[in-house]
Design a protein around this ligand. Structure first.
Ligand code: SAM
Length: 419
């Protein structure tokens, strides 16, 4: 438990003969390992599931309406594709039920869950106002003129003596912006303040500019590539949270060029739609030269430990899948070598953050927390620590390059606690 409070990762005792690996994770604790001076606000991260006290116990009319609609939908006859999806679900079902039961038996973790919110955690750095929309600003003709001012500042551990205090003003878009110091950096752009974690970098640009991240030398490529594409789906479209992209565009993502000479572990988030799973298995992975290896299930729970929706609800499963595969490096004609082989059927349990936000399981340079590396980093081929890139990112992590059209989204100071 003491290691969990620092690492945010807790291995639950699966207690069955199949030896499935089940983790409970607290994304806020994991993210906080990326920061030296700032702290992510649990209240902001979990805002969908932590209602203010006066709203607790109340159910909104719209929620009730949705529940009714879902109940109606449950009884429709499944078409051929849905039957295959259902078959897939049945295969995962007992594993997920077991993982959930294991969680509910663990009193310590249940008490962590109901205390995720710190009572004093109401005061964020700069109020509740949304930041600017990077997607919109990035698409106007003025985009090349927008700048970001990074304030590098290192003190000598509390005394008034500042050792290093420097500002750097650089273009905001289509530019690789790096914080290679071991301290967080505050940055100002478009009249808002952002927190850039230690040893992180980002490139805010559109799909057409992704090639800018292809390394000049293949041995500076990436060993871990985490991808969360803006898949076309009704939910993202209806909520218009971000633009989506037709599947065929992802075929030309430069996965082989981004891969390190010694190969990469590719981790791809997918939705539960069967059409998409088929596309990934039959077209996308083969086109990228990725050989499929394993699936990680992300099971989503509320702060009382219950699932966010019924396990068998067809269109609203309480889980998502992360597909893992290996891509060999240039000049290699077989699969990359790794010291550990990927376990089949891992389950990661957590309380979800904002819409479509995934738990942070990529980078984070912090080698003394070995349990963290168990999630993905340990399975990446090539030199250690693995070089990590996240594609279509909305946040930054220490030890990782984040790319997308809004990688600063969750770096806004409103998502952080003030001292
Ligand atoms: N992994 C993210 C998280 O945990 O918050 C969510 C990623 S979301 C599924 C997909 C992201 O891709 C959105 O931020 C969206 O704005 C971005 N995106 C959409 N179209 C894009 C494009 N043409 N180029 C770059 N990024 C794009």
């Amino acid at each position: 438990m003491s290691s969990f409070s620092k690492s945010g990762i807790y291995r639950l005792d699966s207690n069955n003969s199949n030896n499935h690996i089940i983790y409970f994770i607290d994304p806020v604790r994991i993210l906080n390992r990326s920061y030296t001076r700032f702290q992510v606000s649990p209240f902001k991260y979990y805002s969908r599931f932590l209602k203010p006290k006066h709203e607790q116990g109340q159910t909104r009319d719209s929620e009730n309406l949705n529940k009714k609609n879902r109940k109606k939908r449950k009884f429709h006859r499944l078409n051929e594709r849905e039957l295959v999806a259902d078959q897939r679900h049945q295969e995962a079902r007992s594993l997920l039920l077991n993982a959930h039961e294991v969680l509910l038996r663990d009193k310590e973790i249940l008490s962590v869950l109901c205390n995720l919110r710190d009572d004093d955690d109401v005061c964020c750095l700069s109020g509740t106002k949304d930041g600017p929309c990077f997607i919109e600003h990035g698409s106007v003709w003025q985009a090349p003129m927008y700048e970001i001012c990074l304030h590098f500042c290192t003190d000598d551990g509390g005394s008034a003596l500042v050792q290093f205090d420097q500002q750097q003003v650089v273009p905001l878009y289509n530019n690789l912006i790096i914080n290679d110091t071991s301290e967080d950096v505050e940055a100002a752009t478009l009249d808002n303040c952002y927190i850039i974690p230690r040893e992180s970098c980002f490139h805010m640009s559109n799909l057409e500019q992704l090639h800018a991240l292809v390394p000049d030398k293949p041995d500076t490529g990436f060993n871990l590539i985490v991808i969360d594409p803006p898949w076309e789906n009704r939910s993202a479209h209806q909520k218009s949270v971000y633009p989506t992209v037709p599947n065929r565009y992802f075929l030309s993502l430069p996965i082989s060029q981004l891969t390190h000479t010694q190969g990469s572990l590719v981790a791809l988030w997918v939705t539960n739609r069967e059409k998409l799973r088929r596309f990934v298995e039959k077209e996308l992975f083969p086109t990228w030269g990725v050989s499929y290896k394993a699936v990680v299930y992300w099971l989503k729970v509320k702060v009382d430990g219950s699932l966010i929706s019924e396990l068998d609800l067809f269109h609203h499963r309480p889980y998502e899948c992360l597909l893992l595969g290996y891509r060999h490096g240039k000049g290699m004609d077989s699969e990359p070598l790794t010291t550990k082989s990927l376990p089949e059927n891992q389950v990661i349990i957590s309380v979800p953050g904002d819409y479509s936000r995934k738990p942070p399981i990529g980078g984070i340079l912090n080698l003394h927390f070995s349990v963290v590396r168990e999630l993905l980093l340990d399975y990446a081929p090539g030199p250690k620590p693995a070089r990590c890139i996240e594609l279509f990112a909305r946040e930054l992590l220490a030890g990782c390059t984040s790319w997308g059209n809004e990688p600063l989204h969750f770096q806004h100071s409103r998502y952080f606690l003030s001292d």
